[in-house]
Write a protein that binds this ligand. Structure first.
Ligand SMILES: [Ca+2]
Ligand SMILES: [Ca+2]
Length: 439
């Protein structure tokens, strides 16, 4: 049993946190690019042999694959052919067809919903949000927008609430364009919900960890990212000064937003134009650039795989490249937890107020969160008097706790159930603690 677990960890540790984005210069061959969250190790994973009109991108860390909206484009007539959702290994290689659409179909954003194993795709030209299985075995329509020209374009799926939120295609000069939402269970568009942005809608994302949910969106023509409570209320300006933000992805645990800026507004003189960038979800700290400066590149959509394999890897998500005190023994937020502890126990190294909710008592022991792959060794320790502590193999062969099983927590971690071993039967009380050690 232990040998099997060790093998599984080894396989997972070959992955690392990475950002994937579509680069689709107008009437050129599109690319799928990858880069670490801190902007290092930028690479081209896949390049089309022909002129394309690539659109949305999503990542499935557990399946180690990327999904994207593909269309070949005739550079003279602009006709779309070979319209497909494609699957590309996260390590690169061939982009295989998941599902095909008739020539001329305009598909745009793509999202991956791991809990229910669906690829969602906006079929903008028919006003539909659709979904398919990763093997292409099933394609169904989830909902249809009610107004001509208002089909879903960029969108996000909030699986926990059973809702999709989407932007509409817009035209130059449009103002006060609206986002919509609808049920992915019943297919009903929610006409009571409204979100209007000053200029033109683009990508949208939900932070479900905020009570009631918080919605983030791109305003293409204002070059801004905004946020508000899903239910309504005051709008927060997260960041301004972008050129033409299109794709948006959130790394909620790390408090970072990732944006694909096509650079296709006006002079494109803003530093973010034609680049993939990131910034903090609270707007502080400015921009970081993930892709090289360019006047040609057109990043359209972006996705993040938050799966980490080591402290060094975690650091690329949680610290800006110019941050100080990022070593394992440092404590930049002064909350008494070293960065190593914040890493091992899933708190935020830059926030003192981050609650640690990763350990809880169960009837017979504890449930705690553990990275799927990590260079931090986490040990369960037990005591009956809070003075003397024991752990498995503290003397050769000693068994103090028993791991009962694991369940998925998120892409990066799992819940572990551990109980007191029979050797503790009869104890009046058993106390548990976790100890993490970095090499
Ligand atoms: Ca700290
Ligand atoms: Ca902290």
């Amino acid at each position: 049993m232990r040998a099997i677990l060790a093998l599984a960890l080894l396989a997972a540790s070959s992955q690392a946190a990475r950002v994937y984005y579509v680069n689709q210069p107008e009437l050129q061959a599109g690319q799928i690019n990858a880069v670490k969250p801190d902007g290092t190790a930028h690479t081209t994973l896949w390049q089309s042999p022909q002129v394309t009109d690539l659109r949305g991108i999503a990542v499935d860390p557990a399946g180690a694959r990327i999904f994207f909206a593909h269309a070949a484009q005739n550079p003279t007539t602009l006709a779309l052919t070979e319209v497909t959702v494609r699957s590309l290994p996260m390590s690169g290689g061939a982009a295989s067809v998941v599902t095909s659409f008739p020539d001329g179909t305009f598909i745009s954003d793509v999202e991956w919903e791991p809990a229910s194993n669906w690829i969602y795709v906006a079929e903008t030209s028919s006003l539909q949000l659709r979904r398919t299985r990763p093997d292409g075995s099933f394609l169904e329509t989830i909902l249809t927008h009610t107004a001509a020209g208002q089909g879903p374009y960029f969108f996000t799926v909030d699986a926990a609430s059973g809702l999709a939120y989407w932007a509409v295609t817009t035209n130059p000069g449009d103002t006060n364009t609206a986002y919509s939402r609808g049920s992915i269970v019943t297919g009903v568009v929610d006409s009571t919900w409204s979100l209007v942005t000053p200029s033109r809608t683009r990508d949208v994302a939900i932070d479900p960890t905020v009570p009631g949910g918080r919605i983030y969106w791109c305003d293409r023509q204002n070059g801004a990212i905004y946020a508000r409570a899903v239910a309504g209320g005051a709008v927060q300006t997260i960041i301004t000064g972008l050129n033409a933000p299109h794709g948006l992805a959130l790394d909620i645990a790390a408090g970072r937003a990732y944006v694909a800026d096509t650079g296709k507004r006006g002079s494109g003189s803003q530093p973010s134009a034609h680049r993939a960038v990131r910034f903090k979800m609270d707007g502080s700290g400015g921009l970081e650039f993930l892709s090289p400066a360019s006047t040609v590149a057109e990043p359209f959509d972006i996705a993040i795989d938050p799966t980490t394999s080591s402290y060094a890897d975690w650091k690329t998500r949680f610290f800006s490249t110019n941050a100080l005190n990022t070593g394992p023994a440092d404590d930049p937020d002064g909350d008494g937890a070293t960065n190593a502890a914040e890493y091992a126990f899933f708190t935020n190294p830059e926030r003192r107020d981050a609650p640690s909710d990763i350990i809880a008592a169960t009837g017979t022991g504890i449930r705690y969160a553990r990275h799927n792959a990590s260079d931090a060794a986490v040990r369960v320790e037990v005591s009956t008097d809070l003075a003397t502590w024991h752990w498995n193999d503290d003397t050769p062969g000693a068994v103090w706790t028993v791991e009962q099983g694991t369940t998925t927590r998120d892409a990066d971690s799992q819940w572990v159930d551990a109980s007191a071993a029979p050797s503790l039967n009869g104890a009046q009380a058993v106390f548990f603690r976790l100890r993490a050690t970095l090499p």
